[in-house]
Write a protein that binds this ligand. Structure first.
Ligand SMILES: Cc1cc2nc3c(=O)[nH]c(=O)nc-3n(C[C@H](O)[C@H](O)[C@H](O)COP(=O)(O)OP(=O)(O)OC[C@H]3O[C@@H](n4cnc5c(N)ncnc54)[C@H](O)[C@@H]3O)c2cc1C
Length: 399
């Protein structure tokens, strides 16, 4: 099957799912066994190759398959909980992993048995990721890793991490990096909670003290970590900003609902603002659909940055509008006890929580300023920022 352009192709897919559901009764099976069987039948991410959870179908086929499973009330793989695995680790492993790595990691990743986190940011290497200093030194068939990572979402529940390290300090910063899969249960991995503005600790500091990583867990060539990390980051922006949403899905839906249910809160000025943001949210949603169509025929490009940028701005403006709409009630905050959520929840809890959590939207997955640079340089073709450190060995950079 090469396209789902026609209703006939979509119908083929639907009958494939129905046949699977006839053979696997989700009302009696353990959810995990059901998900494993769905993966093995190639109906997990259908655009992946056969044997790796897919059938090599176009990306557009996924929506058809997911809708059919959902309509049947079948268990899903709780995609928000395993967002980093699905959105970032899986496409990177598919693009750069060996066959052995793909077979080892992709199935438990998709079923949610193994949760992933992303060990990229460091104190002093966030937007400028290529400045990172976590060292990996070769020792026989292993690498020994020393360093510190920060803002690691979900590290407290993760089994595996995607990790970027410095393996050659003698060459310019973009050239001396290598990318690994790190076992979060390995000796020397220490995870410490970091509290956010919301009061909860969704992310962590991660210390890597002499952690041994087998060379078989390297993704891509030695020294090619920047290119591998770029693939992850492009996918990350699409994963955060470009999720398929129904009309009035996400933050705009939450605020529109408050607007409808609470007529006593309305003013003409807030009405204007809500309408303007509603239209922008709808335009962003439709632009996201177009982006996904582009994705169906190629890899994520820099356009994903524009979606992530729009998502962050809208989320912040809408959550601020909701707090204003609710007046004093909007300023109430329910609970400051330390929570350690295992999933990202942008629209959960009450208005005050949503407002504070939205602050992170313009930082996580690349700051809005840096995304604007990417759009300026790589989408609009404007002159690039001066990069004086491009040809200087990493060890000679001022720190
Ligand atoms: C909720 C949340 C979850 C996160 N989860 C993870 C995770 O799971 N794994 C992970 O590795 N990281 C994670 N991060 C880290 C995130 O990716 C970084 O915070 C981000 O890349 C910014 O880096 P920084 O904090 O070091 O800020 P800096 O890079 O120091 O930036 C500071 C300010 O300077 C601006 N700036 C920097 N360079 C430029 C430039 N060239 N042009 C214009 N402006 C510039 C930035 O936009 C920003 O406003 C998370 C962050 C948040 C908030």
């Amino acid at each position: 099957m090469s396209t789902v352009d026609s209703e006939g192709d979509a119908e083929d897919l639907r009958s494939r799912v129905r046949e699977f559901l006839r053979e696997h009764d989700h009302t009696v099976m353990e959810p995990l066994d059901f998900l494993r069987a769905r993966f093995d039948a190639g109906l997990a991410w259908v655009h992946f190759p056969a044997g790796l959870g897919g059938i090599g179908a176009p990306r557009a086929a996924q929506a058809v398959v997911d809708a059919e499973f959902e309509a049947a009330g079948a268990p899903d793989n709780n995609p928000r909980r395993i967002g980093i695995g699905l959105g970032m680790a899986a496409p990177t492993i598919l693009q750069f992993g060996t066959e052995e790595q793909q077979r080892r990691f992709l199935r438990p990743l998709w079923t949610g048995e193994e949760v992933w986190c992303q060990l990229f940011s460091e104190p002093g290497a966030g937007s400028d990721l290529a400045a990172l200093g976590t060292r990996a030194v070769r020792d026989g068939s292993d690498w020994v890793v020393e360093g510190q990572k920060v803002w690691t979402s979900g590290a407290h529940v993760a089994r595996w991490a995607i990790l970027v390290t410095r393996t050659d300090p003698e060459v310019p910063k973009h050239q001396g990096m290598t990318y690994f899969v790190c076992d979060m249960t390995a000796p020397g991995v220490e995870v410490r909670p970091l509290r956010q503005i919301t009061g909860e600790a969704e992310f962590n500091e991660v210390f890597l003290n002499g952690v041994r990583i087998p060379d078989a867990q390297r993704l891509g060539e030695i020294g090619d970590g920047w290119r591998v990390a770029q693939a992850t980051l492009m996918n990350e922006r699409v994963a955060i900003g470009g999720r398929p949403t129904p009309r009035e899905g996400g933050m705009v839906g939450v605020v529109a609902q408050t607007w409808r249910e609470r007529p006593e809160l309305r003013t003409p000025e807030l009405h204007d603002r809500l309408l303007r943001l509603w239209v922008e949210a709808e335009a962003a949603r439709l632009a996201g659909d177009r982006l996904r169509q582009q994705l169906a025929v190629g890899r994520p490009g820099p356009e994903g940055s524009a979606m992530k940028l729009a998502f962050a701005r809208l989320s912040q403006e809408l959550s601020a509008l909701e707090v204003e709409l609710l007046g004093e009630e909007g300023l109430r905050y329910d609970d400051w006890t330390l929570r350690r959520p295992d999933l990202v929840d942008f629209t959960g809890r009450e208005a005050g929580y949503r407002y504070l959590r939205a602050k992170g939207n313009s930082i996580e997955g690349g700051t809005s300023e840096v995304l604007r640079n990417i759009i300026a340089e790589r989408v609009l073709g404007l002159p690039t920022e001066p990069r004086a450190d491009k040809d200087v060995a990493w060890k000679d950079l001022p720190r």
